[in-house]
Write a protein that binds this ligand. Sequence first.
Ligand code: HEM
Length: 398
Amino acid sequence: MTAGLVDLTDTDLFVHGDPHAVWAYLRANEPVHWNPSPDGGFWSLTRYADIHDVYVDPGTFSSEQGTVMGGSFGSAQDSATGQMLICADPPEHRLLRQQVKQGFANSMLALIGESVRLYADRALSRIVADGGGDFAVDVAPELPAGVLAAMFGLSAEDAHYLLALTRNMIGSEDGEYNDGDLALVTAQVEIFDFLAELADSRKDRPGHDLVTMLLNSCINGYPMSDAQILYNCLNVVVGGNETTPYTACAGVAAFAEFPGEADRFYASPEVLPTAVDEILRWTSTNAYVQRTATRDVVIRGVPIAAGSKLTLWNASANRDEEVFDRADRFDVTRTPNHHIAFGVGNHRCIGQTVARQEVTILFDLLRERGIRFELDGPIERLRSNFMLGTKHMPVRVV
Ligand code: HEM
């Protein structure tokens, strides 16, 4: 391999190839790598220390021009800029985050926990009764469905409808979910329509849900605008729906690949907390985030011009040999484990407690009920370099 041949926009690599091998090569040979692309190119950072430093300096590395390559909310003129958490910089970001945080308060976490356990338990009972199935379709989406039911007050049917919409958005490059040039925009418009209708109904009939909380929220003495409410609900539903199901799949796949680690996990309930963090590190479903340099900077001697895009590859940082002992080993008792699957700094995942809760509930149920799976066919991965997703994962209950 040579650095010139590396192309992290090549989604074939993420469907059929081994992106971890490419990141390992970049970490060792060119940790600040220029990747040409039709959009003008971008820098890729693959070392933990460099990625960490960029995350904690939002003044120099802005989120306002979008955090996904070539994705939505990508231009300085986009109306989401400064209104939606993920593409806001301080001080607007802090003001928005204070409001959205209400949806993650302890009382809500308790409701989410109950709901997720119910959804996951039911799905596991079904797949056990069938002797197996497609874990990615039959079980994994039930985790965010349980979250949506509690956090947005949705019925199971509406939760699954919204899940299908967010899958179309994040899977907009994957023919199974969407096709055509306008796939991304169409998916977003449909999600906005759904959320706008929900907000209208909550104006008449308030509930104990995030939409109602935001409808009653003020920023600098003014009620949040409809746009701010919709953008931030969109941010939460996409952030929640399109991450944890993939983490769940890749976690179950890791247990199938490393049966010795699965034995250690199933033998002892005390292993659960470290196993959850190792699953998060190992799977790093949100492969990268993007920032834009606001001034000329130098990283590891490489000059980076103001206006350049930088991609921070969390999935690579979490296998950095300089930080993690035997980084390429899945170890359910790994301690310490300072992974950055949720990012770092002011944008650090606002849903991380919910995500941990979902993964913990699923794996706790698996251990408690003694349910183990083996793979029963090839895993089909999502066509995306942003989410390390699993579309299909046939499993057999053993
Ligand atoms: C394993 C699961 C998850 C992973 C790997 C993950 C990863 C991340 C990362 C890396 C960021 C930082 C983005 C940046 O710095 O630009 C982030 C932010 C965010 N996540 Fe998550 N996430 C997960 C689960 C969730 C869940 C369950 C929710 C909601 C229920 C959620 C909602 C959000 C939101 C709203 C933000 C934006 C926060 C901000 O900009 O202040 N995420 N997530």
